[in-house]
Design a protein around this ligand. Sequence first.
Ligand code: 13P
Length: 248
Amino acid sequence: ARKFFVGGNWKCNGTNEEVKKIVSFLNEAEVPSEDVVEVVVSPPFVFLPLVKSLLRPDFHAAAQNCWVKKGGAFTGEISAEMLVNLGIQWVILGHSERRQLLNESNDFVGDKVAYALSLGLKVIACIGETLEQRESGSTIEVVAAQTKAIADKVSNWDNVVLAYEPVWAIGTGKVATPAQAQDVHYELRKWIESNVDAEVASKTRIIYGGSVNGANCKELAAQPDIDGFLVGGASLKPEFVDIIKSAT
Ligand code: 13P
């Protein structure tokens, strides 16, 4: 069985005070144990040490990005080595906002995933189609190509969680229907089975992201190939706790 996974992606939000408030409602929440659900929250880099120091021990902090190779003369970047040095275990890579706004290519994301894994980090690798791609019927082709760029460079999938986040559902309030999400998750698992291996396909968590909230999470979580969520807006609010609870 795949352990349910819930990630909170805070994106570029928060002040010191707000971050402390979010951590305190998380710390007080009664949620299923770590054996049932794995929870990570991903604040902006500058708040990572603060969050790590305050956060309950059964939740973990994740970075939202890191540099594609060993650190050095790359102004403005944060290296995977630095995350390791800070004791951060998780990193989100290939988020659609970075693919779209910062032109991160499939290849570049594949390189980032491989490098982060090589240092022992665990990776939430994001994929997903745009509205235009969905409407033209190329959803599966697009997410397969994004997954292939990762699969080409990664041999051990133990530390990878794949996050399917349709771009049209992110921050729009237009959540994918449980059937739409299940359909893509199923196809992705099948793709991994045919192109990587059956055991990897059955073990790898494929989580859904895009306008997940306290009200729609239960029905999504009930789908057989949806193994959790990557939550944006709702992860800044107490309803994130309800999303964590949808694990059971
Ligand atoms: P929203 O939950 O705000 O739609 O964002 C989803 C997302 O991008 C998580 O990474």
